[in-house]
Structures are given as structure tokens and as C-alpha cells.
Design a protein around this ligand. Structure first.
Ligand code: ATP
Length: 949
């Protein structure tokens, strides 16, 4: 029980005594803060208070602390093994009275690698945190007598803010007004059930936090209703601020890929330790302890060679780059795994309104019982005309003359337009000759319609003030308000109280028993019902969004409650008419749908709108062919989950669905093996967003709650953005595979070359641990990072998605690595044998080792260039499409040459000076690697062509 919760610490420190706001009446709270509830604060007061109280932000220690990130670098198993190698190598050197150069260098590289990893990871983490703030909630606030939207950090005590379903409460405050307001306060009290709030109550001082029903608290979620709040505390002074340390931190769990990579690291380390044991034990058995040190050297080199030291950092950076690329295309990633799994999406379930359509509504048709009206005008501007339709055709004498509205028309239109503006929470705004809306576009269109009939919201709100309401929700698909009509403004049934209802026409009609005809209301006959439903279908089939309007004079006022009202209040209504509004499809979506299909992804529309509207828009966009079956929420309700699993295979359009149906649809699709992306904006969409493999919230129209539950936010609410993000996801994943194949192929080549040396009787290890580290970190690392920036291959959206559960080595990658590793080592071993013999005949005998080192490094440069495409030859690619790779290859080659020709570096890395001929031989051998990979592509192409012909 909430009441058993202990009272939390007070809102102020002892020298700033807390005001127990819950004990104050509304008036005294307003007086204490000194604010006019009709005008809010003025700009000067806001500026002064912002100065005094600072931003409304919670200072959390989000994410990992810097020290934690640093520590994580050195607990990486690969680095631990390198440290062990350094220690053993140091001991060996010291025993032989040699300077422990390798050990020091390895330590230096370990530290460097750790620091590099640290900087990369903390940058990636900061970038992620910055992305999160991009989605920081906006709040509707009254300042200077004007309603506007501000970012929640700009709120100050004294602000009057407005809450509605789906909003995350941005600060602590005293309720001034509450309409069916229910708030989930689990963040603070742990209580999962929503608390119903009341503005009028005053409570005792010792009332527990969970029972302070006249207050709202920062970080809690409005699940239903509306409220007006006087902000009392902001930032760290809020209840949440005081327990900020308990806040969940940014999720930094590794992505599936990162997990697989660290598993791979473990496997490699274990494998290399086994290899070391094998070489040492095998060697001892064969030759006794005589060559023990040599064996140890060989095995240390092998242990270092097998581990891809640069890989974890490259993966982290690639994922971070992926999120940046996606945000540039308006997709904000909230959970890192989404970057790599987006490319695997097989079905995209999308809302209609705003995502597939523009969400810029304009009413085009109005139908009352006796007339149809074409409404002219554009956008939200309240200018336009009502043209009665049948008179249009009747005026045969002068067809050019526009028909006029008669008093009889006015009698039907007036209450309908009054219902449109009073049963409405939006506001029209007029700035620089531009009309826009604050609030729901559907309601904005109704305000514009009212304006065209000379009925303005501001005036009518004053004439018929609202005293009660039952808010809109996607489940109810309707909304009602109760207004006082003391002066009998409404020229209909006389009553001092009027209720207005608007919503889904079928539902409203079910609740009507009369219909407005002129200034009278008459009994609604079955033929009237049929006629209205037929008109509804006609408008919906045109792709219009249709709303029904009704009213009811009330004898007395009882506060409506959502559960009790269903059958008592919102019934016996008088039907006023239908309005049909155009919400045109977004122009870019048709192409995006096609791209989806080409990419083997099925687009599915799930909407709360009418089935005919849904079918028409789906057809226009190419989501489903004309006449294809649409499954409605009502039909879905009667299907068992097993039956639904069969249906989801065929159905691409769902209409009149409630949010809980969305959850069932996702589950059914997933059961069919689909990898589902699902959009949502409402507070009740959260479970479906969480269940979906990729939950997508709307950046503009989405509620805070839906954003919180999502993996990705669409900054422009646009379906085409999902497709663009999917493409980026595919690019990220294929780039990851590209550099994994590049890096690990080289590691295999190194190990085999080192292992071959003693086998073919060369008395020395060709590569020192230091040289191997250089290769793994620098000559592999830099080009690998550049490969992570590779642009999309042309066919990336022309092939079906790959399974997100496939192994990273799937589709030939494992075999490729082993094959290329073998080729690598065969080439290097041939060179090694030749160079070893040549070096014995004169000059510096160690030159052969440097030739092996150089060949391995340069061959990797060729590999980097060739691995860019699996099918296309390198000469067919635009070399400038990835300038980073060209730069990385050039820089790495120059560095490699410096190791040979700059004396101090030569001494440090233990390399030898090579003659021009020797260098040319190295270049020749290493370019064979490039030639080999290009030949493979040609053979593969020939084979595919042969299979096809
Ligand atoms: P989508 O799910 O594709 O966004 P939608 O916007 O139509 O579609 P909802 O917002 O759940 O879905 O609306 C469902 C239905 O409720 C609408 O088709 C309309 O009939 C009705 N409706 C929508 N907005 C309002 C509103 N502000 N007041 C009353 N009824 C509304």
C-alpha cells in the first residue's frame, strides 16, 4: 500500500524550510508562489528564477564512471594475457643479461591500447548520452498569458504547466486542476498501480508521498486524463532529485555482437594457451630442455599473434559511428544493440497517422442528416467556405455561382461546429501569416473548421466553459466534454448543460438515439443509421479520416468518471454529423515501401482508424493490393493466439485496433519467426514497443512513456526514416563482418608463419612479440577502422535480411578467414625460406626476418583494399568513396617503411635495413595476396554465371 510508505525527505534543506505543498489549498499555493493562474509567469520572472534555481535537471552519474571504463580496459582477457607475455619475456631477457626491451614495449603498448580504448569508449558513451538529451521532453507551459512549448530543463518554480496522458511529469508541482488524472508513480513509490489525482483536496502534513494526491512528482508518468500544475520544485530539489543516486543509469550492457566478440576473445586466449602448452610440451618431449627458451620464445610470439588486440575497440567505435550516421538520417538510437540488429528486420509494423501520412489534417467534407458540404481552404487557416452539395447541382441557371448557406443549413452546422471547437484540446496559433496548431492535428483541423463557420474556440470557451470531461484514449476512440450553457448559446435543445462527444463514427452512432434535423432533434430511425454508416464508408473509402459528432443536453451535472460513464453518460446522444478530413500520405513513403519490399522486408499497417480509410491509404502506398483483406480489432478480439499466428502471415493491414492488439500482433509475428520493428506513440503502446525486436517511438507526436520504452526514436515521425535506418543497420553489420574477416585472417596467417619456422628447421622465431603487436594494433587497426566507414554497397537493400541470430562466421566468413590465413602463410613461408637462404650467403643474416615482417604488413594493405567488396573487383570501385581507407593504407605503409629505414625505430623494433631489391621482393610477394583475392572474386563470378546459365 502506498500509505505505508515512509515519508520521504522534505523538499528543502533545513535552512530553506520546505513548504508542505500538499497541505496548501490551490489559492494559498498560488499566493505563496505569487503567480496569476490565467497568465503564468512573465518573461522577466522566468529569467530571474532561472538564474536563481538553475536548470530543471537531475545531476545523475549516468553511465560508467571514467575510472570504471579505464579499469574495464585492463581486465580485458587479451590485455591480461599480453601482460603475462611481457612478464615472461622480461624474465627471459633479464636472465640472458639483455635489456628487457620487448617487455617494456609490450607494457607500453598495453597501456597505450588501454588508454586508446578508454578514450574511444568514453567518447562513444558521451556521444550516446548526448543523443539521449536530444530526445528530452517538451512541456506545454503558460507564460505571459500565452501557451507555448518549452524544453523541460527550462522550467522554473511558479510555471503553470499542462499534463496529459503519456507525458512524463517534468517537475514537482501542486495540481490546480485535474480531469480524470491518473499518474503512475512507481519510480518514486514502487507502487505499480496508477494513482488518481485530485486538485481540490488539502492533506495533513504527515501524509505519505504515495498518498499526496494533490501533488505530482517529477519522473512519474501520466497514464490517463489531464491536469494543470503549478510547478513548486525543480531540478535537484524535487523528490526525484533527492533520490537521484537511485536512478537507473544509462544502459551500457554490451551489445550481442560485443558479447560475441568477448566470447571470441576468450576462445582465442584459451586456444593460444593450449597452443603454447602444446609447443612447449611437444618440444620438451622431442628435444628435452636444451631448447626450452627458444620454445618459450616461439610460443610467446604465437600467443601474441593469435589475439586480435585491436578488434574490441574497432567494434565499439563502429557501433558509435553507426548511431551518428543514423541520427543524421533522423533515427535516434536509444539502445546500442539496435544498431547492429536493425539490418535484420523482416517486418515493419507501422502506425498510419503521421508515420505513413503527413498528419496535416484538413476537413474536406461535412455531412449532417440532410446535407453534405464541401469545405474549402488549406492547412489550419480558419478561412474557407462551406458549399452545400446538392444545391450546387440544382443551380442549373447559373452553375458558376457558388451555393449559399441557408438558415436551415446553419441550424445543423452551428451545433456541429460548436461541438468541434468545444470538444477539443488543441489550440490554433497564428504567427507570421502562418497558421499552426498546438496539440493533436485531428483536433487542429476541427478548430480550423469551426473558424470557417465563424466559431472561434477562445470565444466559445468563455461562453460555454468546460466543467467536466472524459478524455480521449486510443482504446475508447472518443472524447466527451460537458459545458455550461447559461446563456443558451446553442440554438438547439434548451439546457444549461451540454455534453459534446466526438470520435469514431460507428461507436458514437451506437450511443445515439436521436439525430439533429434543422433545429429539432428527431428519433434516429434504422434507415438513418444505415444512411450515416454508408456515408461514413463512402468518405473512408476515399482515404479520409472520418469523425462523428454528437451532443446531449444534461439535466444535472455529475462528475463523469471513465468507468461509470460508459453506459450512463455517453449514451442517448443526439447525432450531429460526420466530418471527413484529408490526411495525405507522405510523398516519400511510397518509394520507401518499395525499397522495403526489394529488401525482403514486409511493411504492415496497424491503425486505430477505419478499415476503409486504412485500406485506401495502404493501397495508395503499395502496402497492400486493392481489395486485400483488412483485419479489424473487433475480428482480432475473437481470434485465439494460434489463429492469429496463421492470420498474420497474410494480413498487411489492421484497422480499428487498440494498443493491446498491437502486442498480440507482434507476438504472433515473432512466433512465425519474424524479426519485428514496431512503431508506437501512445502511453499504452509501451508493452508492444518493448516486446518488438526494435521498438520505435515517434519523436514529434510520441509520448514520453513510449519514448522511454523504445529502442529507437524517429525524429521526424516518418516511415521512410525506418527504412533508412534499416539500411544503415545493414551497412554497419556488413562493415563489422568486413573488418572481422580482415583482422582475423591476418592473425591466422601470423600464427601459421611463426609455427612453420621451427618446423622447417629455421633456428629462430621470425617475428618478435613487439613486431606482432605492431601489426595487430597499427597495421591491422588503422585500415580496420577505415573499413568501418565503408559506404553502403549498391545491393544492400536488394537482398533479403540476414538472421540476427546467425553466427558472425556464417555465410562463409569462417571459411574465408581460414583460407586467407592459409594463403597468407603459404606466401610468407615461401618468401621466408627463400630469404633465409639468401640471407645466409652474406650481409646481415637477420634480414630475412624483416622481410617476413614487411611482407606480412604490406600484404595486409592489399587485403584491406580488396576486402572492400566481396563481388566487385577493386578497380570497379570508386577509390575515393572511402578516402579514409586510402589514407589509412598510405599512412600505415609509410610507418612500416619508417620502421625499416629510420635508425632509432629500427633499433627499437629490432628490424634490419633492407636493400631496394629486397624491398621490391617483399612488395611483389605481398601484392600476390591482393591478386589472389581478386582472382577469387573472378572465379566466384564465373561460377555464379555458370550456375545461372
Ligand atoms: P494510428 O494508430 O495509425 O496513429 P489513429 O491516429 O487513427 O491511427 P488513434 O489515435 O488511436 O489512431 O485513433 C483511433 C480513432 O479514434 C480515430 O480513427 C478516430 O476515429 C478517433 N479519434 C482520433 N483522435 C481523436 C480525438 N482527438 N478525439 C476523438 N476521437 C478521436
Amino acid at each position: 500500500m502506498a500509505s505505508t510508505q515512509p515519508s520521504p525527505p522534505s523538499g528543502h534543506s533545513t535552512n530553506d524550510p520546505a513548504t508542505p505543498w500538499h497541505t496548501q489549498s490551490i489559492e494559498s499555493a498560488l499566493q505563496l508562489i505569487n503567480v496569476d493562474p490565467k497568465r503564468g509567469l512573465n518573461s522577466a520572472q522566468v529569467a530571474e528564477k532561472q538564474q536563481k534555481y538553475g536548470p530543471n535537471e537531475i545531476e545523475t552519474t549516468e553511465g560508467r564512471r571514467p575510472l570504471e571504463i579505464l579499469w574495464d580496459q585492463f581486465t580485458n582477457i587479451m590485455l591480461v594475457m599480453l601482460i603475462a607475455v611481457a612478464i615472461v619475456s622480461g624474465i627471459l631477457d633479464l636472465r640472458n643479461d639483455n635489456f628487457p626491451k620487448d617487455a617494456i614495449a609490450i607494457f607500453a603498448i598495453v597501456i597505450l591500447n588501454g588508454l586508446l580504448g578508454y578514450f574511444q569508449e568514453s567518447r562513444a558513451e558521451k556521444a550516446l548520452a548526448a543523443l539521449k538529451t536530444l530526445s528530452s521532453p517538451k512541456v506545454r507551459v503558460l507564460r505571459d498569458g500565452q501557451m507555448s512549448e518549452v524544453e523541460s530543463p527550462q522550467l522554473v518554480p511558479g510555471d503553470m504547466i499542462f499534463l496529459e496522458a503519456g507525458v512524463q511529469v517534468p517537475a514537482d508541482g501542486r495540481l490546480i486542476e485535474a480531469q480524470n488524472l491518473q499518474v503512475r508513480e512507481a519510480t518514486l513509490t514502487g507502487e505499480a498501480a496508477a494513482v488518481t489525482k485530485h486538485a481540490e483536496t488539502e492533506l495533513g502534513e504527515d501524509t505519505a508521498l504515495g498518498d499526496r494526491v494533490n501533488l505530482v512528482f517529477q519522473g512519474t508518468e501520466v497514464v490517463q486524463g489531464r491536469g494543470t500544475v503549478l510547478v513548486t520544485e525543480t531540478g535537484m530539489k524535487t523528490q526525484l532529485g533527492q533520490i537521484a543516486s537511485m536512478l537507473q543509469s544509462v544502459e551500457t550492457e554490451p551489445t550481442p555482437l560485443q558479447q560475441r566478440m568477448s566470447q571470441l576473445g576468450n576462445v582465442l586466449v584459451t586456444g593460444s594457451l593450449l597452443l603454447v602448452a602444446l609447443v612447449v610440451v611437444g618440444g620438451i618431449i622431442r628435444t628435452g630442455f636444451e631448447y626450452f627458451e627458444h620454445l618459450l620464445e616461439v610460443s610467446l610470439s604465437m600467443a601474441v599473434a593469435v589475439v586480435p588486440e585491436g578488434l574490441p575497440a574497432v567494434v565499439t567505435v563502429t557501433l558509435a559511428i553507426g548511431t551518428q550516421r543514423m541520427v543524421r538520417r533522423n533515427a535516434l538510437i536509444r539502445k546500442l544493440p539496435a544498431v547492429e540488429t536493425l539490418g535484420s528486420v523482416t517486418t515493419i509494423c507501422s502506425d498510419k497517422t503521421g508515420t505513413l501520412t503527413q498528419n496535416k489534417m484538413v476537413v474536406q467534407w461535412v455531412r449532417t442528416l440532410n446535407n453534405a458540404y464541401l469545405v474549402t481552404g488549406e492547412g489550419y487557416a480558419p478561412w474557407g467556405e462551406f458549399q452545400p452539395l446538392h444545391e450546387f447541382s440544382e443551380n442549373e441557371e447559373n452553375p458558376e455561382e457558388k451555393p449559399k448557406l441557408t438558415p436551415q443549413h446553419q441550424q445543423e452546422l452551428q451545433p456541429l461546429c460548436v461541438a468541434c471547437v468545444l470538444c477539443n484540446d488543441a489550440q490554433l496559433q497564428h504567427q507570421n501569416d502562418n497558421w499552426s496548431i498546438l496539440g493533436d492535428p485531428t483536433e487542429g483541423a476541427l478548430l480550423a473548421l469551426g473558424g470557417k463557420a465563424g466559431i472561434s474556440k477562445d470565444t466559445w470557451d468563455k461562453q460555454m466553459p468546460r466543467i467536466g470531461e472524459i478524455p480521449f484514449s486510443s482504446e475508447r476512440k472518443r472524447m466527451s466534454v460537458i459545458c455550461q450553457d447559461k446563456d443558451r448559446q446553442l440554438r438547439t435543445e434548451n439546457s444549461q448543460l451540454q455534453m459534446f462527444t466526438k470520435g469514431s463514427p460507428e461507436l458514437i452512432l451506437q450511443r445515439c438515439d436521436r439525430v439533429q434535423s434543422g433545429s429539432q432533434s428527431i428519433t434516429l430511425q434504422p434507415e438513418h443509421r444505415q444512411q450515416i454508416l454508408a456515408q461514413n464508408d463512402l468518405l473512408a473509402a476515399e482515404g479520409l479520416r472520418v469523425l462523428g459528432l454528437a451532443y446531449k443536453p444534461l439535466a444535472e451535472y455529475t462528475e463523469p468518471s471513465e468507468t461509470a460513464d460508459e453506459d450512463t453518460t455517453e449514451n442517448e446522444l443526439i447525432w450531429l454529423g460526420l466530418v471527413g478530413m484529408l490526411d495525405a500520405p507522405r510523398p516519400e513513403v511510397k518509394d520507401a515501401v518499395k525499397r522495403c519490399r526489394d529488401a525482403g522486408i514486409r511493411p504492415v499497417m496497424i491503425t486505430g482508424d477505419h478499415q476503409l480509410t486504412a485500406a485506401s491509404i495502404a493501397h495508395q502506398l503499395g502496402i497492400s493490393p486493392s481489395g486485400e483483406r483488412v483485419l479489424t480489432g473487433q475480428q482480432l478480439q475473437h481470434l485465439s493466439q494460434g489463429e492469429l499466428e496463421q492470420e498474420v502471415k497474410q494480413v498487411s493491414v489492421y484497422a480499428r485496433v487498440a494498443p493491446e492488439h498491437k502486442l498480440r500482433i507482434v507476438q504472433a509475428l515473432q512466433k512465425q519467426g519474424e524479426f519485428v520493428a514496431m512503431t508506437g506513440d501512445g502511453v499504452n503502446d509501451a508493452p508492444a514497443l518493448k516486446q518488438a525486436d526494435i521498438g520505435i517511438a515517434m519523436g514529434i507526436t510520441g509520448t514520453d512513456v513510449s519514448k522511454e520504452a523504445s529502442d529507437m526514436i524517429l525524429l521526424d515521425d516518418n516511415f521512410a526514416t525506418i527504412v533508412a535506418a534499416t539500411e544503415e543497420g545493414r551497412v554497419v553489420y556488413s562493415n563489422i563482418r568486413r573488418f572481422v574477416k580482415y583482422i582475423l585472417g591476418s592473425n591466422i596467417g601470423e600464427v601459421l608463419t611463426i609455427a612453420a619456422a621451427p618446423l622447417i628447421g629455421l633456428g629462430e622465431v621470425p617475428l618478435t612479440p613487439l613486431q606482432i603487436l605492431w601489426m595487430n594494433l597499427v597495421t591491422d587497426g588503422l585500415p580496420a577502422l577505415a573499413l568501418a566507414l565503408e559506404p553502403a554497397e549498391p545491393g544492400v537493400m536488394k537482398r533479403p535480411p540476414y538472421s540476427p541470430r546467425e553466427s558472425i562466421f556464417a555465410r562463409g566468413l569462417g571459411i574465408y578467414m581460414v583460407r586467407i590465413g592459409l594463403i597468407f602463410s603459404i606466401l610468407t613461408i615461401i618468401l621466408m625460406v627463400w630469404a633465409y637462404d639468401a640471407a645466409q650467403t652474406g650481409g646481415d643474416a637477420g634480414r630475412w626476418k624483416t622481410m617476413v615482417f614487411t611482407t606480412l604488413c604490406l600484404a595486409q594493405m592489399g587485403h584491406a583494399l580488396a576486402v572492400r567488396s566481396t563481388n566487385r573487383l577493386t578497380i570497379q570501385l570508386n577509390p575515393l568513396s572511402n578516402p579514409y581507407l586510402l589514407a589509412a593504407v598510405s599512412v600505415t605503409t609509410i610507418l612500416q617503411l619508417m620502421l625499416i629505414y629510420v635508425a632509432p625505430l629500427r633499433n627499437f623494433f629490432g628490424t634490419h635495413w633492407l636493400s631496394g631489391t629486397e624491398l621490391a621482393i617483399c612488395i611483389g610477394f605481398s601484392s600476390l595476396m591482393f591478386v589472389w583475392i581478386e582472382m577469387e572474386k573472378l572465379v566466384k563470378r564465373w561460377w555464379v554465371n555458370r550456375q545461372q546459365s
